[in-house]
Design a binder for this molecule. Structure first.
Ligand code: AMP
Ligand code: MG
Length: 499
């Protein structure tokens, strides 16, 4: 069926969250930024919303987004939530600098939150200024596209506005607005806030809402709250497995940043691995390494235990039975994670069959990579070219490792393993190159885009990265530099949490 494309002023809103009781949010309109201009626009996200991409060329586009006057049909609110930050419960968080403009229904009937980040203070701002800086919004904009390109569930963004408004972090920076788009912004902390306030009616209302809106298949479950918890448990285990497989460290896995739908949410000081270092900590405020790369799977489960705790009053049975059920769900996490991770790792290695020795083959390669500080992304990409002929030296791959003899031994095992399933090198290579990315959002690449935008208001690098990351598996001529490892001295860019 053909449908007419929308303009910003004709987007079909249906604001289900704003119809929930007042205690779920505060009504608040955005506070515009000074002299905004368009820094990035995402035609793919426009297509999701059935929004005419030509809208971005209209002079009114920027002013319409950067406005305290709601779009027709929108009902701006700041959502309430709380959460565990670095292991400690913080009773009130909420959208301190973002405003949910409303929910747009696409032609398939699916709904998309339009969420404006950096839109000024809200009742949940605490001591913050309600703003987001250009630097962090560029990173969030690009990483949403990078994750989407890698096939990992994520929030995305329709556009990014730069401005002339000074926003103070460690230094004076420029304020920016990111129009974020996601099927839902519900977080684990959205439930925790009502649990810890003993607002059990609100808690029940929220669970019913979440199930009705986002998990309708669970409506007829005998115990919907447990079924919801089981579903979120599965999705979170899958999401963390996907992060581990591509080498993504989120950096701030607090429960207020954990999506109920299993999306990658709230990009802050995230980082993709360059050299493989399992203990990689990307957030310079994370002094204990709580959110180190290799701790993410455990933290995912710990965060789920917080969600499970908050859902206990809704689970069927007496408190003892409810706790037992919640624990049984939590115990399923490891198996889900292990199964997604093992499947993904087999694909990265180009293996089709499942054999008992596969786990050790992967672990031993990772160990060699970690000993050598080999680049995580590029080493897996290079493995596609492994020549399984017994005489082949595989020198280009071999040179990535410090202990060449150990690599040769591993290579022998790998050769036997792929030959055992009658793998043909060229067919295997093609499969692997569709799994192991060529381009990832390395810190130094994002930094380069940020510096051009900050210094010269030159946004061209954002567009280049957006194009490459959208299809990170296809090598493009002239773009070799974008697949290179960071230059000397830029390997250890620390990322500030003050975004
Ligand atoms: P984050 O760690 O960025 O996910 O943020 C944690 C909490 O702090 C959330 O409630 C945010 O809305 C709030 N927050 C972060 N930065 C600001 C800011 N500049 N102004 C107001 N609130 C903020
Ligand atoms: Mg957050």
């Amino acid at each position: 069926m053909l449908s007419v494309m929308h303009t910003l002023n004709t987007l079909p809103f249906d604001n289900s969250y704003a119809r929930l009781p007042d205690g779920f949010y505060s009504r608040r309109v955005p506070r515009p930024l000074e002299n905004p201009r368009l820094a990035a626009f995402n035609p793919d996200v426009a297509a999701l919303l059935n929004l005419d991409p030509e809208e971005a060329r209209r002079p009114e586009f920027v002013a319409t987004i950067n406005s305290e006057h709601p779009l027709p049909g929108s009902e701006p609110i700041a959502m309430l939530y709380s959460g565990h930050q670095f292991g400690h419960y913080v009773p009130q968080l909420g959208d301190g600098r973002a405003i949910l403009l409303g929910e747009v229904i696409d032609p398939r009937g699916e709904r998309w939150d339009l969420h404006l980040k950096g839109a000024g203070e809200t009742p949940y701002s605490r001591s913050g200024d309600g703003r987001a800086v250009l630097r962090s919004t560029i990173r969030e904009y690009l990483c949403g596209e990078a994750m989407h390109g890698l096939g990992i569930p994520t929030t995305r963004a329709l556009c990014l506005l730069d401005s002339e408004e000074a926003v103070y972090r460690e230094n004076a920076e420029r304020g920016a607005l990111l129009l974020r788009v996601a099927p839902s912004h519900l977080r684990f902390g959205s439930f925790e806030v009502f649990y810890y306030r003993s607002q059990f009616q609100h808690l029940k209302r929220l669970a019913d809402y979440a199930i009705h809106q986002h998990f309708p298949q669970l409506q007829d479950a005998s115990d919907p709250a447990t079924a919801l918890f089981r579903e979120v448990n599965e999705r979170t285990a899958r999401l963390t497995a996907q992060w581990q497989l591509v080498g993504f460290a989120h950096g701030v896995m607090n429960t207020d940043n954990m999506s109920l739908l299993g999306l990658t949410l709230d990009y802050g000081p995230f980082g993709f691995l360059d050299a493989y270092n399992p203990g990689f900590v990307c957030n310079h405020s994370d002094h204990t390494g709580r959110y180190a790369f290799d701790r993410q799977p455990r933290i995912g489960q710990w965060n789920l235990s917080c969600l499970g705790q908050a859902l206990l009053p809704l689970m069927e049975g007496d408190p003892g039975e409810a706790a037992e059920k919640a624990n049984a769900v939590l115990e399923e996490y490891d198996d889900h994670f292990a199964s997604h991770y093992a499947t993904g790792m087999r694909q990265k290695l180009g293996l089709r069959d499942t054999r008992p020795e596969d786990g050790a083959l992967a672990t031993d390669l990772l160990k060699l990579m970690s000993d050598a500080g080999a680049d995580y992304t590029n080493t897996f990409r290079a493995l596609a070219d492994f020549d399984s002929h017994p005489e082949a030296g595989n020198d280009r791959l071999r040179d990535r490792f410090v202990d060449r003899e150990a690599f040769d031994n591993w290579g022998q095992r790998y050769r036997r393993r792929i030959q055992a399933e009658n793998s043909q090198d060229s067919e295997r290579a093609a499969r692997m190159n569709g799994i192991n990315a060529h381009y990832i959002l390395r810190n130094h690449l994002a930094q380069n885009a940020i510096e051009k935008a900050e210094q010269d208001r030159d946004y061209s690098e954002i567009e280049i990265l957006q194009t490459l990351l959208k299809d990170p598996f296809t090598e493009r001529s002239g773009m070799e530099a974008y697949a290179e490892e960071p230059p000397e001295g830029e390997q250890r860019l620390v990322v500030s949490c003050s975004s």
